[in-house]
Design a protein around this ligand. Structure first.
Ligand code: SF4
Length: 376
């Protein structure tokens, strides 16, 4: 099994209208103390010396930190853990907050994958989302990433945005593809409680594409990505051959990962825990040598199996049930025989030997399929 490291940088220049991530604007004064605390947390890790295959800096907006600060954190991880020589090392970046010099420093430090939060190429859509960048800045940051030597680039786009039309979405897709990234992450907008979008929606002030249009947008993404040579390997993720995101594959295969930073989640040895979320309390606890654990659970038995199925079925390769039985020493196929039959009948799942996977129709119903495995 592979193992990954996640580092959470919780700062952003501005909070976006749809975002419920653990991210904060207007806290620049905490950046320096946060960096120090993060180094201490890494230093105190009981997993020192363990082997890891991927590193992912996410947020928030990691590129709010300087190239040197990001390089310093990566260097510390390299000293503390046994990172594979071919480790995939990703940093998320905001097109409005990167510089060429920063990207060069990061590339030299060992970051080898960049994930740009593009979201849209329409200025009105970007502004509606409260994103700080312009479409021109996206093109410029892609050029800078290439100049800095990044040969593995992901672009994130969101569809089903307020007032978005199918034509507008098509233009976004075509512009993203024209930039020739190795990877595309194409997510439908989710309305999360406690976001500005959610409150607007509740007041009837957010006009979203209807379900039929959303499905058409998803199918359009599948078609255009395929025509351009990207393989859909997860419900929302597409890659050129060999550029699937190794770090996210660890999550989808329910393999172990270790998280650092406020709100970071870890899953090691069957235990899953979350760090305290607020950066100020995180810094205080690290400096006081107190536990960072905010909540935890032990994933065992059928809960662990259902969780692995829920995550694994997001992958188009599906889940090998025999491997699952061996991993958890449980009779998965007998236990779920009726559930699987019903989902196959419904047209959402298909079987191939020992493997089950979502059908094209099932890709639209992942949550319902996952629920069926938890209900059993
Ligand atoms: S930049 Fe990303 S993490 Fe920050 S507020 Fe916007 S969506 Fe959230």
């Amino acid at each position: 099994m592979k193992q990954g490291i996640y580092v959470h940088i919780p700062f952003c220049h501005r909070k976006c209208g749809y975002c419920d991530f653990n991210s904060y604007a207007g806290m620049d004064a905490l950046i320096e103390p946060f960096i120090e605390a993060l180094h201490r947390e890494i230093e105190a890790s009981p997993y020192a010396g363990e082997r890891f295959d991927t590193v992912f800096f996410g947020g928030g907006t990691p590129t709010v930190l300087s190239g040197d600060a990001l390089a310093g954190i990566l260097e510390h991880l390299t000293q503390q853990f046994d990172l594979a020589s071919n480790a995939e090392i990703t940093c998320e970046a905001n097109p409005g907050s990167v510089t060429l010099q920063q990207l060069q420093v990061m590339r030299r430090a060992g970051f080898n994958r960049l994930s740009l939060g593009v979201q849209s190429f329409h200025l009105d859509e970007l502004r509606r989302m409260d994103r700080i960048h312009t479409p021109e800045e996206v093109v410029r940051s892609v050029e800078w990433a290439r100049t800095a030597g990044f040969t593995n680039l992901n672009l994130d786009l969101i569809f089903a945005l307020p007032q978005q039309t199918i034509e507008g979405w098509e233009a976004n897709l075509r512009k993203a593809i024209a930039l020739q990234p190795e990877h595309l992450a194409l997510y439908a907008l989710m309305l999360e409680p406690n976001t500005r979008f959610y409150h607007l929606y509740q007041k009837g002030k957010l006009s979203l594409p209807d379900d039929e249009t959303q499905v058409a947008m998803f199918r359009l993404a599948q078609r255009l990505a395929a025509e351009a040579g990207y393989r859909q390997y997860e419900i929302s993720n597409y890659a050129q051959a060999g550029y699937e995101c190794q770090h996210n594959l660890i999550y989808w295969r329910n393999e172990p990962y270790l998280g650092f930073g406020p709100g970071a989640v870890s899953y090691m040895g069957g235990k899953r825990w979350t760090n305290i979320k607020h950066p100020r309390e995180y810094i205080r606890r690290v400096m006081a040598g107190e536990s960072l654990e905010f909540e935890w659970e032990r994933l065992t038995g059928w809960d662990a199996v259902a969780e692995t199925l829920m995550l694994g079925l997001r992958l188009l390769e599906g889940v090998d049930l025999e491997t699952l039985e061996q991993r958890f020493s449980l009779p998965v196929r007998t236990h779920y025989a009726k559930t699987i039959d019903a989902l196959v009948q419904r047209g959402w799942l298909e079987r191939e030997g020992k493997t089950i996977r979502l059908t094209q129709e099932g890709l639209l119903w992942h949550s319902e399929v996952a629920m069926a495995f938890f209900e059993k």
